[in-house]
Design a binder for this molecule. Structure first.
Ligand SMILES: CC(C)(COP(=O)(O)OP(=O)(O)OC[C@H]1O[C@@H](n2cnc3c(N)ncnc32)[C@H](O)[C@@H]1OP(=O)(O)O)[C@@H](O)C(=O)NCCC(=O)NCCS
Length: 153
């Protein structure tokens, strides 16, 4: 009988990092450098993939990045990441970046991204990762987005 692959809930990989944007993070238009946002995305995606797999991970590809609106100096930025799909050794991580108004708690999406992370064993080779499952409608939507992107490749 074949061994059933272990599956872990999406909540296990959920990662939230907050950043207060300073003038040194911004360009001559006083809006954030795209590269700074990419660094935030890469770090949050790596942490989410490490939480999901329990292993060391490397970035295989940044599959898509959409900059929806700009971020200014003084803004409070939240970067959230979840493992949304898995292969044998790879994990597709969905990253959602938003600006939060701390006075009203309103948030606005600024960037969304899909990143592929690969788990690595102690010899530096790709190693198997558990599957993932959703427990809420919001998580199911993220998985559907990840899968529809994969099938559209
Ligand atoms: C990513 C890496 C580990 C893949 O190694 P590899 O020898 O090609 O391994 P494999 O062909 O067995 O692929 C392993 C998995 O990675 C996936 N993968 C490989 N290259 C990929 C790419 N460019 N984009 C998305 N997934 C990729 C494969 O589809 C496979 O997934 P699966 O096991 O879920 O089916 C290797 O290319 C690497 O170490 N790259 C450098 C990573 C790095 O330094 N990142 C930091 C950026 S500066």
């Amino acid at each position: 009988m074949s061994k059933q692959k272990e599956k872990r809930p999406m909540t296990r990989s959920h990662t939230l990092q907050s950043h207060l944007i300073s003038p040194s993070d911004t360009n001559h238009l006083q809006t954030i450098f795209g590269g700074t946002v990419l660094a935030y995305i890469d770090e949050a995606a790596a942490i989410a993939a490490m939480r999901h797999s329990g292993k060391i991970v490397v970035t295989a590809s940044v599959d898509s990045v959409d900059f929806h609106s700009s971020v200014k100096s003084g803004d409070l930025v939240n970067v959230e990441a979840w493992v949304a799909a898995t292969g044998r050794t790879s994990m597709v991580v969905y990253v959602h970046v938003s600006v939060e108004n701390p006075a009203t708690e309103d948030t606005k999406t600024t960037t969304t991204s899909f990143v592929t992370m690969v788990a690595i064993d102690s010899s530096g080779n790709p190693t198997e990762v558990p599957g993932v499952f959703a427990e809420t409608d919001a998580e199911r939507e993220i998985i559907d987005m990840a899968l529809s992107r994969k099938s559209g490749e």
